[in-house]
Design a protein around this ligand. Sequence first.
Ligand SMILES: Nc1ncnc2c1ncn2[C@@H]1O[C@H](COP(=O)(O)OP(=O)(O)OP(=O)(O)O)[C@@H](O)[C@H]1O
Ligand SMILES: [Mg+2]
Length: 393
Amino acid sequence: MAPQSIFKDESKLDINYIPAQLPHRESQQRLLWEFFSFILRCPERMSQRVILTGDVGTGKTALAQHFGATMTTEANKKGLKFRYIYVNCREFRGLLQPVLINVIKVFRPNFPTRGYGIEEVLGMLMQMLDEEETCLILTLDEFDSLIEKEGSDTVYKLTRLQEMRQGKPQRISFIFIMRDLLSTQKLDDSARSTLQRSIIRLERYGKPQLVDILSDRVKLAFELSTVSEDVIDLVAELAYSETGNARFGIELLWRAGKYADAGDAEMLEPECVRQAMSSIVPSLRRSELNSLSFHERLFLLATARYFKENAEAYVPITELEKAYSIVCEEFNEQPKSHTQIWYYIQYLSKLGVLKTEVTSDIGRSTKISLPSIPAEELKRQLEEGFEYEWRQK
Ligand SMILES: Nc1ncnc2c1ncn2[C@@H]1O[C@H](COP(=O)(O)OP(=O)(O)OP(=O)(O)O)[C@@H](O)[C@H]1O
Ligand SMILES: [Mg+2]
Protein backbone atom coordinates (compact mmCIF):
# COMPACT_ATOMS: atom_id res chain seq x y z
CA MET A 1 0.00 0.00 0.00
CA ALA A 2 1.31 3.44 -0.89
CA PRO A 3 2.19 5.57 2.12
CA GLN A 4 -0.52 8.00 3.19
CA SER A 5 -0.08 11.59 2.20
CA ILE A 6 -1.75 14.68 3.61
CA PHE A 7 -1.50 16.22 0.16
CA LYS A 8 -4.44 16.00 -2.17
CA ASP A 9 -2.62 17.72 -5.01
CA GLU A 10 0.77 19.20 -4.25
CA SER A 11 1.11 20.69 -7.74
CA LYS A 12 -1.20 23.44 -6.46
CA LEU A 13 1.76 24.61 -4.39
CA ASP A 14 4.13 24.63 -7.34
CA ILE A 15 5.72 28.00 -8.04
CA ASN A 16 4.38 27.99 -11.60
CA TYR A 17 0.79 27.24 -10.67
CA ILE A 18 -1.51 30.18 -11.36
CA PRO A 19 -4.57 30.04 -9.10
CA ALA A 20 -8.02 30.78 -10.50
CA GLN A 21 -8.55 33.45 -7.83
CA LEU A 22 -6.08 36.07 -6.65
CA PRO A 23 -7.51 37.35 -3.37
CA HIS A 24 -6.54 40.93 -2.49
CA ARG A 25 -5.47 41.76 -6.01
CA GLU A 26 -8.96 42.60 -7.24
CA SER A 27 -8.33 46.31 -7.66
CA GLN A 28 -5.12 45.74 -9.60
CA GLN A 29 -6.92 43.19 -11.77
CA ARG A 30 -9.62 45.71 -12.47
CA LEU A 31 -7.05 48.33 -13.40
CA LEU A 32 -5.39 45.98 -15.85
CA TRP A 33 -8.79 45.43 -17.44
CA GLU A 34 -9.39 49.15 -17.67
CA PHE A 35 -6.06 49.65 -19.38
CA PHE A 36 -6.44 46.81 -21.86
CA SER A 37 -10.18 46.46 -22.44
CA PHE A 38 -9.79 48.38 -25.72
CA ILE A 39 -8.37 45.17 -27.17
CA LEU A 40 -11.85 43.64 -26.99
CA ARG A 41 -13.57 46.78 -28.25
CA CYS A 42 -11.30 48.30 -30.86
CA PRO A 43 -8.19 46.20 -31.42
CA GLU A 44 -5.61 47.68 -33.79
CA ARG A 45 -6.71 51.20 -32.93
CA MET A 46 -4.73 51.56 -29.72
CA SER A 47 -1.82 50.15 -27.84
CA GLN A 48 -0.86 50.32 -24.21
CA ARG A 49 2.12 50.07 -21.89
CA VAL A 50 1.67 49.23 -18.24
CA ILE A 51 4.21 48.74 -15.49
CA LEU A 52 3.49 46.28 -12.68
CA THR A 53 5.67 46.93 -9.71
CA GLY A 54 5.95 45.53 -6.17
CA ASP A 55 8.27 43.69 -3.84
CA VAL A 56 9.26 40.07 -4.04
CA GLY A 57 6.34 37.64 -3.84
CA THR A 58 3.61 40.28 -4.08
CA GLY A 59 1.97 38.49 -7.00
CA LYS A 60 3.24 40.45 -10.01
CA THR A 61 3.92 37.43 -12.17
CA ALA A 62 0.77 35.65 -11.03
CA LEU A 63 -1.34 38.74 -11.74
CA ALA A 64 0.06 39.20 -15.25
CA GLN A 65 -0.32 35.53 -16.13
CA HIS A 66 -3.83 35.36 -14.73
CA PHE A 67 -4.79 38.45 -16.69
CA GLY A 68 -3.21 37.07 -19.87
CA ALA A 69 -5.19 33.86 -19.61
CA THR A 70 -8.49 35.64 -18.97
CA MET A 71 -7.87 38.12 -21.77
CA THR A 72 -7.10 35.27 -24.17
CA THR A 73 -10.37 33.53 -23.26
CA GLU A 74 -12.38 36.71 -23.74
CA ALA A 75 -10.70 37.52 -27.05
CA ASN A 76 -11.31 33.98 -28.28
CA LYS A 77 -14.99 34.24 -27.38
CA LYS A 78 -15.21 37.28 -29.58
CA GLY A 79 -13.28 35.58 -32.36
CA LEU A 80 -10.52 38.20 -32.18
CA LYS A 81 -6.99 37.52 -33.25
CA PHE A 82 -5.07 38.04 -30.06
CA ARG A 83 -2.00 36.58 -28.36
CA TYR A 84 -0.65 37.00 -24.86
CA ILE A 85 3.02 36.14 -24.55
CA TYR A 86 5.09 36.08 -21.39
CA VAL A 87 8.88 36.27 -21.33
CA ASN A 88 11.15 36.54 -18.32
CA CYS A 89 13.98 38.84 -19.43
CA ARG A 90 16.38 37.47 -16.87
CA GLU A 91 16.23 34.08 -18.54
CA PHE A 92 17.73 35.80 -21.55
CA ARG A 93 20.31 37.64 -19.48
CA GLY A 94 18.48 40.90 -20.01
CA LEU A 95 19.24 40.96 -23.75
CA LEU A 96 16.41 42.21 -25.96
CA GLN A 97 17.40 40.43 -29.15
CA PRO A 98 16.99 36.87 -27.79
CA VAL A 99 13.82 37.96 -25.95
CA LEU A 100 12.27 39.13 -29.23
CA ILE A 101 13.46 36.10 -31.17
CA ASN A 102 11.72 34.00 -28.57
CA VAL A 103 8.49 35.90 -29.20
CA ILE A 104 8.80 35.47 -32.96
CA LYS A 105 9.40 31.76 -32.46
CA VAL A 106 5.97 31.43 -30.85
CA PHE A 107 4.54 32.17 -34.30
CA ARG A 108 7.42 30.93 -36.45
CA PRO A 109 9.08 27.99 -34.68
CA ASN A 110 11.79 27.67 -37.30
CA PHE A 111 12.92 31.27 -37.13
CA PRO A 112 16.75 31.42 -36.93
CA THR A 113 18.05 32.23 -33.46
CA ARG A 114 21.03 34.27 -34.58
CA GLY A 115 22.13 36.62 -37.28
CA TYR A 116 19.90 39.67 -36.79
CA GLY A 117 20.39 42.92 -34.93
CA ILE A 118 17.80 44.44 -32.61
CA GLU A 119 16.42 46.89 -35.20
CA GLU A 120 15.96 44.13 -37.72
CA VAL A 121 14.28 41.83 -35.25
CA LEU A 122 11.93 44.61 -34.12
CA GLY A 123 11.00 45.21 -37.75
CA MET A 124 10.46 41.53 -38.39
CA LEU A 125 8.30 41.17 -35.30
CA MET A 126 5.98 43.97 -36.42
CA GLN A 127 5.86 42.64 -39.97
CA MET A 128 4.98 39.22 -38.68
CA LEU A 129 2.17 40.60 -36.50
CA ASP A 130 0.87 42.42 -39.59
CA GLU A 131 0.96 39.19 -41.60
CA GLU A 132 -0.84 37.35 -38.82
CA GLU A 133 -3.21 40.30 -38.40
CA THR A 134 -2.97 39.74 -34.70
CA CYS A 135 -2.68 41.91 -31.60
CA LEU A 136 -0.19 41.03 -28.94
CA ILE A 137 0.23 41.77 -25.26
CA LEU A 138 3.84 41.06 -24.46
CA THR A 139 4.67 40.72 -20.77
CA LEU A 140 8.32 41.35 -20.06
CA ASP A 141 8.98 40.07 -16.54
CA GLU A 142 12.05 41.12 -14.57
CA PHE A 143 12.35 44.00 -16.98
CA ASP A 144 14.94 45.60 -14.66
CA SER A 145 17.49 43.14 -15.99
CA LEU A 146 16.84 44.39 -19.52
CA ILE A 147 17.14 48.03 -18.50
CA GLU A 148 20.39 47.25 -16.76
CA LYS A 149 21.82 45.39 -19.72
CA GLU A 150 20.49 47.36 -22.66
CA GLY A 151 20.13 50.93 -21.42
CA SER A 152 18.12 53.90 -22.68
CA ASP A 153 18.34 53.63 -26.46
CA THR A 154 16.96 50.14 -26.63
CA VAL A 155 14.21 50.73 -24.07
CA TYR A 156 13.21 53.83 -26.00
CA LYS A 157 13.05 51.92 -29.28
CA LEU A 158 10.93 49.26 -27.68
CA THR A 159 8.47 51.64 -26.05
CA ARG A 160 8.15 53.76 -29.18
CA LEU A 161 7.60 50.79 -31.45
CA GLN A 162 3.99 51.76 -32.19
CA GLU A 163 4.56 55.49 -32.58
CA MET A 164 7.08 54.69 -35.29
CA ARG A 165 4.30 53.14 -37.35
CA GLN A 166 1.88 56.03 -37.66
CA GLY A 167 -1.23 55.19 -39.62
CA LYS A 168 -0.71 51.45 -39.41
CA PRO A 169 -2.69 49.10 -37.15
CA GLN A 170 -1.54 49.11 -33.55
CA ARG A 171 -0.35 45.61 -32.88
CA ILE A 172 1.71 45.42 -29.73
CA SER A 173 1.07 46.36 -26.11
CA PHE A 174 3.32 45.77 -23.14
CA ILE A 175 3.19 44.79 -19.50
CA PHE A 176 6.54 45.51 -17.90
CA ILE A 177 7.19 43.86 -14.54
CA MET A 178 9.73 45.33 -12.13
CA ARG A 179 10.36 44.88 -8.43
CA ASP A 180 11.14 48.55 -8.04
CA LEU A 181 11.29 51.56 -10.26
CA LEU A 182 14.79 52.46 -9.15
CA SER A 183 16.28 50.87 -12.24
CA THR A 184 14.33 53.28 -14.43
CA GLN A 185 16.39 56.10 -12.96
CA LYS A 186 19.26 54.81 -15.02
CA LEU A 187 17.33 55.72 -18.15
CA ASP A 188 17.49 59.10 -19.78
CA ASP A 189 14.43 61.35 -19.59
CA SER A 190 12.83 60.46 -22.91
CA ALA A 191 13.14 56.71 -22.39
CA ARG A 192 11.80 57.02 -18.86
CA SER A 193 8.85 59.14 -19.75
CA THR A 194 7.69 56.87 -22.58
CA LEU A 195 8.03 53.91 -20.24
CA GLN A 196 6.33 55.26 -17.15
CA ARG A 197 2.84 55.99 -18.38
CA SER A 198 0.64 53.72 -16.36
CA ILE A 199 1.94 52.17 -13.20
CA ILE A 200 0.13 49.56 -11.13
CA ARG A 201 1.59 49.04 -7.68
CA LEU A 202 1.29 45.85 -5.69
CA GLU A 203 1.71 46.56 -2.00
CA ARG A 204 3.15 43.98 0.34
CA TYR A 205 0.58 41.64 1.83
CA GLY A 206 -0.41 42.03 5.44
CA LYS A 207 -0.89 39.01 7.64
CA PRO A 208 -4.69 38.71 7.23
CA GLN A 209 -4.25 38.83 3.46
CA LEU A 210 -1.65 36.10 3.61
CA VAL A 211 -4.06 34.03 5.71
CA ASP A 212 -6.66 34.32 2.93
CA ILE A 213 -4.17 33.44 0.18
CA LEU A 214 -2.79 30.47 2.09
CA SER A 215 -6.24 29.21 3.12
CA ASP A 216 -7.28 29.10 -0.52
CA ARG A 217 -4.16 27.15 -1.40
CA VAL A 218 -4.59 24.75 1.51
CA LYS A 219 -8.07 23.82 0.24
CA LEU A 220 -6.65 22.98 -3.17
CA ALA A 221 -3.50 21.19 -2.11
CA PHE A 222 -4.22 19.36 1.16
CA GLU A 223 -6.69 16.69 2.18
CA LEU A 224 -9.70 17.94 4.09
CA SER A 225 -9.07 18.85 7.76
CA THR A 226 -5.35 18.15 7.69
CA VAL A 227 -4.33 21.78 8.15
CA SER A 228 -5.83 23.71 11.05
CA GLU A 229 -6.54 27.43 11.06
CA ASP A 230 -3.84 27.87 13.68
CA VAL A 231 -1.24 26.32 11.44
CA ILE A 232 -2.29 28.54 8.54
CA ASP A 233 -2.00 31.46 10.92
CA LEU A 234 1.51 30.42 11.91
CA VAL A 235 2.63 30.08 8.30
CA ALA A 236 1.08 33.46 7.46
CA GLU A 237 2.87 35.03 10.40
CA LEU A 238 6.21 33.65 9.22
CA ALA A 239 5.59 34.74 5.63
CA TYR A 240 4.56 38.15 6.87
CA SER A 241 7.81 38.62 8.72
CA GLU A 242 9.58 37.60 5.52
CA THR A 243 8.49 40.90 3.94
CA GLY A 244 4.90 39.85 3.21
CA ASN A 245 6.05 37.35 0.66
CA ALA A 246 3.30 35.01 -0.54
CA ARG A 247 5.75 32.74 -2.30
CA PHE A 248 7.58 32.15 0.93
CA GLY A 249 4.35 31.14 2.66
CA ILE A 250 3.35 28.75 -0.11
CA GLU A 251 6.75 27.13 -0.18
CA LEU A 252 6.72 26.81 3.58
CA LEU A 253 3.36 25.02 3.42
CA TRP A 254 4.70 22.61 0.86
CA ARG A 255 7.86 21.81 2.82
CA ALA A 256 5.95 21.45 6.06
CA GLY A 257 3.65 18.98 4.27
CA LYS A 258 6.70 17.02 3.19
CA TYR A 259 7.91 16.80 6.78
CA ALA A 260 4.45 15.68 7.88
CA ASP A 261 4.39 12.94 5.24
CA ALA A 262 7.89 11.83 6.13
CA GLY A 263 6.81 11.46 9.76
CA ASP A 264 3.56 9.66 8.78
CA ALA A 265 1.60 12.44 10.46
CA GLU A 266 -2.12 12.69 9.82
CA MET A 267 -2.16 16.44 10.21
CA LEU A 268 0.16 19.29 9.47
CA GLU A 269 1.59 19.84 12.95
CA PRO A 270 3.15 23.19 13.90
CA GLU A 271 6.37 21.28 14.50
CA CYS A 272 6.47 20.40 10.78
CA VAL A 273 6.19 24.11 9.99
CA ARG A 274 9.07 24.85 12.33
CA GLN A 275 11.18 22.11 10.78
CA ALA A 276 10.41 23.47 7.32
CA MET A 277 11.17 26.98 8.46
CA SER A 278 14.58 26.04 9.77
CA SER A 279 15.34 24.38 6.46
CA ILE A 280 14.34 27.40 4.37
CA VAL A 281 15.69 30.38 6.21
CA PRO A 282 18.87 31.61 4.57
CA SER A 283 21.78 29.89 6.21
CA LEU A 284 23.52 33.19 6.55
CA ARG A 285 22.22 35.71 9.00
CA ARG A 286 23.17 39.29 9.01
CA SER A 287 25.31 38.96 12.15
CA GLU A 288 27.33 36.23 10.48
CA LEU A 289 27.76 38.37 7.43
CA ASN A 290 29.16 41.17 9.53
CA SER A 291 31.62 38.84 11.18
CA LEU A 292 33.34 38.11 7.88
CA SER A 293 36.57 39.90 7.01
CA PHE A 294 36.56 42.72 4.49
CA HIS A 295 38.04 40.62 1.69
CA GLU A 296 35.83 37.65 2.48
CA ARG A 297 32.92 39.95 1.93
CA LEU A 298 34.42 41.37 -1.26
CA PHE A 299 34.81 37.83 -2.52
CA LEU A 300 31.25 36.96 -1.52
CA LEU A 301 29.97 40.10 -3.25
CA ALA A 302 31.78 39.03 -6.42
CA THR A 303 30.16 35.60 -6.10
CA ALA A 304 26.70 37.08 -5.54
CA ARG A 305 27.08 39.37 -8.53
CA TYR A 306 28.32 36.52 -10.68
CA PHE A 307 25.32 34.33 -9.91
CA LYS A 308 22.96 37.23 -10.30
CA GLU A 309 24.29 38.00 -13.79
CA ASN A 310 24.65 34.41 -14.96
CA ALA A 311 21.90 31.83 -14.91
CA GLU A 312 24.34 29.08 -13.97
CA ALA A 313 24.25 26.78 -10.98
CA TYR A 314 27.99 26.24 -10.81
CA VAL A 315 31.01 28.39 -11.50
CA PRO A 316 34.70 27.46 -11.74
CA ILE A 317 36.92 29.18 -9.17
CA THR A 318 38.89 30.95 -11.91
CA GLU A 319 35.73 32.81 -12.97
CA LEU A 320 35.08 33.91 -9.41
CA GLU A 321 38.65 35.11 -9.08
CA LYS A 322 38.12 37.31 -12.12
CA ALA A 323 34.88 38.68 -10.70
CA TYR A 324 36.63 39.24 -7.37
CA SER A 325 39.45 41.26 -8.91
CA ILE A 326 36.88 43.47 -10.62
CA VAL A 327 35.20 44.09 -7.26
CA CYS A 328 38.62 44.83 -5.71
CA GLU A 329 39.26 47.37 -8.43
CA GLU A 330 35.96 49.03 -7.65
CA PHE A 331 36.90 49.23 -3.95
CA ASN A 332 40.50 50.27 -4.68
CA GLU A 333 41.84 47.16 -3.02
CA GLN A 334 44.71 44.89 -3.94
CA PRO A 335 43.25 41.38 -4.56
CA LYS A 336 44.40 38.65 -2.19
CA SER A 337 46.38 35.68 -3.45
CA HIS A 338 44.96 32.54 -4.98
CA THR A 339 45.77 30.56 -1.83
CA GLN A 340 44.04 33.09 0.37
CA ILE A 341 40.94 32.92 -1.81
CA TRP A 342 40.97 29.16 -1.44
CA TYR A 343 40.87 29.62 2.33
CA TYR A 344 37.93 32.00 1.99
CA ILE A 345 36.07 29.44 -0.06
CA GLN A 346 36.76 26.73 2.51
CA TYR A 347 35.50 28.92 5.30
CA LEU A 348 32.41 30.11 3.45
CA SER A 349 31.46 26.57 2.58
CA LYS A 350 31.86 25.57 6.21
CA LEU A 351 29.34 28.28 7.04
CA GLY A 352 27.08 26.74 4.39
CA VAL A 353 27.03 29.88 2.26
CA LEU A 354 28.94 28.36 -0.63
CA LYS A 355 29.21 24.78 -1.70
CA THR A 356 32.25 23.28 -3.40
CA GLU A 357 32.31 20.30 -5.65
CA VAL A 358 35.26 18.70 -7.43
CA THR A 359 34.40 17.91 -11.03
CA SER A 360 35.41 14.58 -12.44
CA ASP A 361 36.41 16.19 -15.75
CA ILE A 362 40.02 16.19 -16.83
CA GLY A 363 42.03 18.40 -14.51
CA ARG A 364 39.67 17.88 -11.54
CA SER A 365 38.81 21.51 -11.07
CA THR A 366 36.54 22.78 -8.29
CA LYS A 367 33.10 24.19 -8.98
CA ILE A 368 31.32 26.53 -6.63
CA SER A 369 27.62 26.96 -6.09
CA LEU A 370 25.44 29.20 -3.97
CA PRO A 371 23.04 26.58 -2.65
CA SER A 372 20.44 28.40 -0.61
CA ILE A 373 20.74 32.17 -0.52
CA PRO A 374 19.31 34.10 -3.45
CA ALA A 375 22.19 35.93 -5.13
CA GLU A 376 20.16 39.09 -5.25
CA GLU A 377 19.49 39.03 -1.52
CA LEU A 378 23.13 38.32 -0.70
CA LYS A 379 24.31 41.07 -3.01
CA ARG A 380 21.89 43.54 -1.47
CA GLN A 381 22.88 42.71 2.09
CA LEU A 382 26.59 42.97 1.36
CA GLU A 383 26.26 46.22 -0.54
CA GLU A 384 24.17 47.72 2.24
CA GLY A 385 26.86 46.71 4.72
CA PHE A 386 29.63 48.31 2.68
CA GLU A 387 27.63 51.44 2.20
CA TYR A 388 26.93 51.67 5.91
CA GLU A 389 30.65 51.33 6.75
CA TRP A 390 31.54 53.86 4.12
CA ARG A 391 29.14 56.38 5.62
CA GLN A 392 30.64 55.78 9.07
CA LYS A 393 34.08 56.77 7.83
N1 LIG B 1 -3.20 37.34 -4.36
C1 LIG B 1 -2.72 36.10 -4.50
N2 LIG B 1 -3.55 35.04 -4.46
C2 LIG B 1 -3.09 33.79 -4.61
N3 LIG B 1 -1.81 33.48 -4.79
C3 LIG B 1 -0.93 34.49 -4.83
C4 LIG B 1 -1.33 35.84 -4.71
N4 LIG B 1 -0.23 36.62 -4.78
C5 LIG B 1 0.81 35.81 -4.97
N5 LIG B 1 0.39 34.53 -5.00
C6 LIG B 1 1.25 33.37 -5.15
O1 LIG B 1 2.47 33.64 -4.48
C7 LIG B 1 3.58 33.24 -5.25
C8 LIG B 1 4.44 34.42 -5.57
O2 LIG B 1 3.76 35.28 -6.47
P1 LIG B 1 4.49 35.85 -7.77
O3 LIG B 1 5.44 34.85 -8.32
O4 LIG B 1 3.45 36.35 -8.68
O5 LIG B 1 5.29 37.05 -7.10
P2 LIG B 1 6.17 38.16 -7.82
O6 LIG B 1 5.64 39.46 -7.37
O7 LIG B 1 6.22 37.90 -9.28
O8 LIG B 1 7.59 37.91 -7.13
P3 LIG B 1 9.07 38.16 -7.74
O9 LIG B 1 9.34 39.61 -7.63
O10 LIG B 1 9.93 37.36 -6.85
O11 LIG B 1 9.07 37.65 -9.14
C9 LIG B 1 3.02 32.53 -6.45
O12 LIG B 1 2.95 31.16 -6.18
C10 LIG B 1 1.63 33.11 -6.59
O13 LIG B 1 0.75 32.20 -7.19
MG1 LIG C 1 7.74 37.28 -10.50
